[in-house]
Design a protein around this ligand. Sequence first.
Ligand code: PHE
Length: 451
Amino acid sequence: MDKKRSSFSGKLGFILAAAGSAVGLGNLWRFPYLAAKYGGGIFLLVYLILAVTFGFTLMIAEVAIGRKTGLSAIGAFRKLNRKYSFIGYLASLVPIIILPYYSVIGGWVVKYFSAFLSGQTSAAAQDSYFTSFIGTSTEPVLCLVIFILITAVVVFLGVEKGIEQVSKTLMPILVILTVGIAIYSITLPGAIDGLIYYVKPNLKQFSLTTVVAAMGQLFYSMSLAMGIMITYGSYMKKEVNLEQSVTQIEVFDTGIAFFAGMMIVPAVFVFNGGDGAAINAGPGLMFVTLPKVFDSMPFGTVIGTLFFLLVLFAALTSSISLMETIVSIVQDMLHWSRRLSTIIVTLFSVAVALPSSLGFGKWSGIQPLGMSFLDFFDFISNSILMPVVALLTCLFIGYVVKPKAVIEEVRLNSRFKREKLFRIMIKYIAPVCIIIILVSSILNALGIITI
Ligand code: PHE
């Protein structure tokens, strides 16, 4: 490389930026309803076990190959073994597909935040508010452009001044908001039963799909298999303790997900008069159910505003990691400056986001594979590409470059405590788990099973 690669100033910068990527809509919206749906405490337990085994293995592998090669996904795989650079190309496709549609949802969050901020709480609680908003053309597009522009400014400023600085500011606020709202939520009258519903293992709801759902969620929640952790690893200094950092990111991500459940499940439970099943509102939970819940609770406008601010921060730090990954690929491949790369990536993302936004209104007649554009892009990236990339990464590390490539990197400055676990997971258990995720998400999409 001709120019010196940028880097995080120290360990905290890396951890907060990586945690910022990991903590996103997945934690705040998807985790709570999956937990409620799949047996509360039993889902939490399965998730936790998977996080310290499966999630740990994949994350440490990605961060290590990033730091070892000092390159983002494409360059990293190529440097390790020329024949396998296609894995890097595949991994890079994922953020390129995700960023545009993630920004559409980010735009919705911008809209809800401004609605609550300006006190339109009861309007936002109307049944048709969400569908009529996303069905229009101008406003959702405007919101997504605002969301992408904020993201672009941070990426434009660079790794240390932009990403690290923003993560160091936003992540502590995010933690305070999550814990604060969770505490408020469990003090609502009747909320304790909701809390019990959330944490008590309900064995009747346990089945193989619990495990599959937890595994798929983990994957997405930790921003794995899309080159993000490779890129962030490449900005990590050699003296930082890799194993410890990865553990801390996982604790952060899982902790926020747990608290998100604590803020949402009991509140919805109270609102529904003690009916747990209604929490399975799926995607409608955040934009349809929650505004009604806020409207009905004391101080709902304030809580709603803070909640959507929290979601906005979480979504922004995630979209920053997506854009940064794409920009670093463009820089590595074309040797353009960071600024030019950022501008081009921004224009591209806005253009590709348009169908995902208009797909709920003007263009709703066009349905690839019978899905809306947004669901279609989500399906291609999350259900197909990510498991394929993760599987190839495991096989590549387990059998081509061998686990020692990762182990040596981890050992540069400390003992690798979970080395045995890592070896067994990467070679045997993780590939099998990923095949299960891949097959079940395809069967789910075809309507043969439901997850
Ligand atoms: N990990 C993020 C979440 O939990 C989602 C995400 C996916 C972020 C891909 C960036 C890239 O919501």
